[in-house]
Design a protein around this ligand. Structure first.
Ligand code: NAD
Length: 435
């Protein structure tokens, strides 16, 4: 059992806090955003993540999990400090490390005895040694070990991913640090969850290489899908046929409106930046990024083609604002990319999402938001489906047609069968199947 402080209580910090306390550690989640901590103390969970509330409440009741904004005080009393703050994309594509550096500075100022400083945030290869240096310079002490422990959870399935991970990656320099990390994850260590103990640079690279590879699979199948549309092949059958080959696997071979979210776009860009900085050609990564940008624009073109390029004054209803189902995270979601283009073309936007409306409203205050998908699509000229929420999969096409002003649909997630859409006489577009 270890005493842990987690700095940054966002998607990763909160899930890690809940998960590490479930593993038997005493955890305090910290954040610079006092209102977030107050919310958590009052029992409100600031993000939508299935199963998170239950796990948090359970561990609060057991006295294993708490929240605080007293960062300095909690650093001093912790044995292990996890850094879980954001590393968003800078204008030049690199990862913005200012939040991580600011936390390192605070840790350095409050280093009062031996600690493990462990980064969960996704940081470019080489950041670990910079953080180590920074903490050493500020604290004038080397009484700590630095660990890289990248996180692989998926929003929407984060609790299961954290409690039953495919692997744990630990990068460090000393055996002492490796032993402490085995203790932190002791239920997983006992269960023989694969653990890779390596150096910090390798751990950092494993995270970027993994995300870039998954993003590449998505861009790959999207390009194949675009060709399928022209040639009469069905991309779903193609990915099924490919995926049955164990060397390929069917995961991340789903065609759609391009990848979004808080990780793939920024992490592929950061890796491409790292390649440029080091004069190493990363042609595949750059192509993955370019294909993704094109795929998002392609969805906009599908809307234009159904409406004969006449978008002015047209009411477009958007179903799905989060970047994928089961999350309220809207960062780089297909909707947040498409809507500005629609607005520029003079369209009026009706928007609905089962959980992400509040977050979307903050970014796009001027849209018309609705409480149900039915109200959202009612009277609109065209409906676009951008997130495959189960609620949308259950939509009755006859009802949808009745509610729409004209039966125009862009099904960017292929949730409806082409035959059913045809038999209901929809004018529609999808991804990767010839109409
Ligand atoms: P987030 O934006 O949801 O949360 C970051 C939190 O850090 C915020 O609550 C913010 O207030 C807080 N913060 C910022 N500066 C701080 C400071 N100086 N002191 C204390 N708190 C501070 O971010 P996230 O989605 O949880 O991502 C965190 C990191 O984990 C990123 O590097 C990301 O790439 C990585 N990651 C994210 C996911 C994911 O699915 N979201 C998965 C794996 C890895």
């Amino acid at each position: 059992m270890k005493k842990i402080a987690i700095i940054g209580s966002g998607y990763v910090g909160l899930v890690s806090g809940a998960g590490l306390s479930e593993f038997g550690n005493i955890v305090c989640c910290l954040d610079i955003d006092k209102s977030k901590i107050d919310q958590l103390k009052n029992g409100d969970i600031p993000i939508y993540e299935p199963g998170l509330r239950r796990l948090i409440n359970k561990n609060i009741q057991k006295g294993m999990l708490s929240f605080s904004s007293k960062i300095s005080e909690k650093i001093k009393s912790a044995e292990i400090i996890f850094i879980a703050v954001g590393t968003p994309q800078s204008e030049d594509g690199s990862a913005n490390l200012s939040y991580v550096e600011s936390v390192a500075n605070t840790i350095g100022k409050n280093l009062n005895n031996y600690k493990i400083v462990c980064t969960k945030s996704t940081v470019p290869v080489g950041t670990g040694s910079k953080i180590e240096q920074l903490i050493g310079d500020v604290s004038k002490s080397d009484d700590f070990d630095y660990v890289s422990n990248p996180e692989f959870l998926r929003e929407g399935a984060a609790i299961d991913d954290f409690i039953h991970p495919d692997r744990i990656i630990v990068g460090a320099k000393t055996n002492k640090a490796f032993e402490v990390m085995k203790d932190v994850y002791s239920p997983l260590y006992i269960n023989e969850t694969p653990m890779i103990f390596t150096n910090v640079e390798t751990a950092e690279m494993i995270k970027y290489a993994s995300n870039a590879f998954l993003a590449t699979k998505i861009s790959f199948i999207n390009e194949i899908a675009n060709l399928c549309e022209k040639l009469g092949a069905d991309v779903h059958q193609v990915s099924k046929g490919m995926g049955l080959d164990g060397r390929i696997s069917s995961k991340f071979l789903h065609p759609g409106p391009g990848f979004g979210g808080s990780c793939f776009p920024k992490d592929t860009e950061a890796l491409a930046y790292l390649g440029r900085q080091n004069n190493v050609q990363l042609n595949l990564i750059n192509a993955t990024i370019k294909t993704n940008i094109n795929q998002k624009l392609r969805m906009f073109s599908k809307v234009k083609s159904i409406l004969n390029n006449d978008l002015k004054g047209k009411i477009i209803s958007i179903l799905g604002l989060s970047f994928k189902p089961e999350t309220d995270d809207i960062r780089e979601s297909p909707a947040s990319e498409m809507i500005p283009n629609l607005i520029k073309s003079g369209s009026i936007i009706h928007a609905y999402d089962p959980v992400a409306i509040q977050n979307f409203k903050e970014a796009f205050p001027g849209l018309h938001y609705f409480k149900t998908w039915r109200e959202c699509v009612k009277g609109s000229d065209l409906c676009v489906i951008l997130t495959e929420w189960n609620e949308f999969r259950g939509i009755d096409l006859k009802e949808l047609k009745k509610l729409l002003k004209t039966p125009y649909l862009v099904d960017a997630k292929n949730i409806f069968s082409i035959n059913k859409l045809k038999s209901e006489k929809f004018i529609f577009e999808n991804v990767g199947r010839k109409i």
